[in-house]
Design a binder for this molecule. Structure first.
Ligand code: FAD
Ligand code: PYC
Length: 416
C-alpha cells in the first residue's frame, strides 16, 4: 500500500495527478477460482474481502458488468440505521451498524461514517403508534431509538416545520447512532482491501450464463470475458439478482423498481441530521460537500430503466419544501435512479440456493446500503461454511414458501 508525505501529496496534486498508483489491480480473469462473487457493489466487494480476510480464501474474484460501485452502492442516499422491528432484523442491521463503527479503521480507508442521527417523522396517529412500537421493540433488542415530541424534534433539527402544513408532524422516532457514510468510499475501500489480499476485481465482465455439472452443482460462469470455472458462486446483484438466478433455474420472489434521488447545489453546513418521512415519501440529509441529498419513493411499476418518473421526484421536492420552507429557493443539480430488488416482506435474502455451490444475497430493496458490512460479512461466512451464520439463518428463500416472513414494511422507509 502506498504511503505519502504531505509534501509528496501536494507535488502529485499539482502535477496533474501523474504517477498515482492504482488502488487495485486490473487483472485478466483466471481460468478458475475457488469462489466468485457476481456484482461489484458494496455487498459483493465486502463479501470477497471477508472471504479472503476471515476465511483465508485467496483465490477469489469479483465479476462486475460495469464499474465497481456503479450500481445502487453509488446511487443511494447513504442512510444508515438499525431501527427495524423484528428480532431477526434487529440482530442483522445492528450487526452491520456495529461494523460501520469500526469500518474505516478496519479498511484503513475513510468511509466518512457520520453518526449524526436519523429522525423518522410521524404525521398520523397510525405513524405515532407504529413508531412507538418500533422504539419499544428496538429497546427490547438493545438497539437505541427514542420517541421525540415535536419540540424535541425541532430542538434536534431547528429547520423542521411541524405545524400549518398538509401533514403536520406529531412527533418522531430518533436513532442517534444512525447517520450516513460516503457511498463511493465504501466500494473503493473494500476494493482496495480485497485486492491487497489477492482478490481479483474484474470490471466490464458481465455474467451471461451459469453452467452446472451432472449433479446440478455450479461448475462455471459464462461471461463477457470467457468461461470462468468456480465451485462456489455468490450473487450480489441487487435489482438484477433474479435475472442471474434465472440462469441457474432458480426463481426469486423479487420485483425490481426504479428508486430515485437528487442533490441540490452545495451550501454551507446547515442540516444537522437525517430526516425521513415515510408517509410523504421524502428524506433529506446534507453531504460533506454541502449538497442536500434528497430521496423520493419508488415508481409504481416495475422496470429496469435507471431513471424513474419525474412526477415522483417533484412530489418529494414539494414535501421537502413544506417541511423545510427555507429550501424553496434551492436549485437541484442532478437526479438519478437505481433498480431496487424488493421482496414480499421487505427483508433480504442471504442464503444458500437449491443449486449446490450457488449462494445469493439480495432483496435489500430500498434499504441495503446500511447493511453493507454486516451483509457482506455474513454472506462470506455462509459461502465459506456452506451454511448460514446464526444471524442470517432466518433470511432464507424458503421463508416465502413456508410463511416465516420477516415483515419490515414499516421500517423499510420508502413505500413500495
Ligand atoms: P449494487 O451496488 O447495485 O451492486 C450490484 C452490482 O451487480 C452492480 O454494480 C451491477 O452492475 C452488478 N451486476 C448486475 N448484473 C450483473 C451481471 N450479470 N454480471 C456482473 N455484474 C452484474 N439503502 C440504504 O440503506 N439507505 C439509503 O439511504 C438508501 N437509499 C437509496 C437510494 C436510491 C436512489 C437507491 C437506488 C437505493 C437506495 N438504497 C439505500 C438501497 C441500497 O443502495 C442498496 O440496497 C445497496 O446499495 C445494494 O448494494 P449491492 O452491493 O447489493 O448492489
Ligand atoms: O433504508 O433508510 C433507508 C432508506 C432511506 C432512503 C432510502 N432507503
Amino acid at each position: 500500500m502506498q504511503r505519502f508525505s504531505g509534501f509528496s501529496l501536494l507535488r502529485r496534486g499539482l502535477s496533474g495527478h501523474r504517477d498515482w498508483q492504482p488502488q487495485w489491480r486490473k487483472p485478466e480473469p483466471k481460468a478458475a477460482y475457488d469462489a466468485i462473487i457476481v456484482g461489484g457493489g458494496g455487498h459483493g466487494l465486502g463479501a470477497a474481502y471477508y472471504l479472503a480476510k476471515e476465511h483465508n480464501l485467496r483465490n477469489v474474484a469479483v465479476l462486475e458488468k460495469g464499474w465497481i460501485g456503479g450500481g445502487n452502492t453509488g446511487r443511494n442516499t447513504t442512510i444508515i440505521r438499525s431501527n427495524y422491528l423484528r428480532d431477526e432484523s434487529a440482530a442483522l442491521y445492528d450487526h452491520a451498524l456495529k461494523m460501520w463503527e469500526g469500518l474505516s479503521q478496519d479498511l484503513n480507508y475513510n468511509v466518512m461514517f457520520s453518526q449524526r442521527g436519523v429522525m423518522m417523522l410521524a404525521h398520523t396517529v397510525h405513524d405515532v403508534q407504529v413508531f412507538k412500537r418500533h422504539v419499544h421493540a428496538n429497546r427490547a433488542n438493545r438497539v437505541d431509538n427514542q420517541w421525540l415530541t415535536c419540540e424535541e424534534a425541532r430542538a434536534v433539527c431547528p429547520l423542521l416545520r411541524t405545524d400549518d402544513i398538509r401533514y403536520p408532524v406529531l412527533g418522531a422516532a430518533f436513532q442517534s447512532r444512525g447517520g450516513t457514510a460516503r457511498h463511493d468510499a465504501v466500494a473503493w475501500g473494500y476494493a482496495r482491501a480485497a485486492d491487497a489480499l489477492g482478490v481479483d476485481i474484474i470490471e466490464n465482465c458481465e455474467v451471461t450464463g451459469i453452467r452446472r455439472d451432472a449433479n446440478g452443482a455450479v461448475q462455471a460462469l459464462e461471461t463477457a470475458r470467457g468461461l470462468i470455472q468456480a465451485r462456489k458462486v455468490g450473487v450480489c446483484a441487487a435489482g438484477h439478482s433474479s435475472v442471474i438466478l434465472k440462469m441457474a433455474g432458480v426463481r426469486l420472489p423479487l420485483e425490481s423498481y426504479p428508486l430515485q434521488a437528487l442533490v441540490s447545489e452545495p451550501v454551507k453546513p446547515i442540516f444537522p441530521c437525517v430526516v425521513m418521512s415515510n408517509t410523504i415519501h421524502a428524506y433529506i440529509s446534507q453531504s460533506d460537500k454541502g449538497e442536500l441529498v434528497i430521496g423520493a419513493g419508488t415508481d409504481a411499476y416495475t422496470s429496469y430503466t435507471q431513471r424513474g418518473g419525474l412526477h415522483v421526484t417533484s412530489h418529494a421536492l414539494e414535501a421537502i419544501c413544506e417541511l423545510f420552507p427555507m429550501f424553496r429557493r434551492m436549485r437541484m443539480l442532478r437526479s438519478w435512479g437505481g433498480i431496487v430488488d424488493v421482496s414480499p416482506d421487505r427483508s433480504p435474502i442471504i442464503a444458500k440456493t437449491p443449486v449446490p455451490g450457488l449462494y445469493v444475497n439480495c432483496g435489500w430493496g430500498t434499504g441495503g446500503f446500511k447493511a453493507t458490512p454486516g451483509s457482506a460479512h455474513l454472506f462470506a461466512w455462509t459461502i465459506a461454511h456452506d451454511r448460514p451464520h446464526a444471524i442470517n439463518a432466518p433470511f432464507t428463500i424458503e421463508r416465502f414458501r413456508d410463511g416465516r416472513l420477516i415483515d419490515e414494511a414499516a421500517a423499510a422507509a420508502v413505500a413500495h
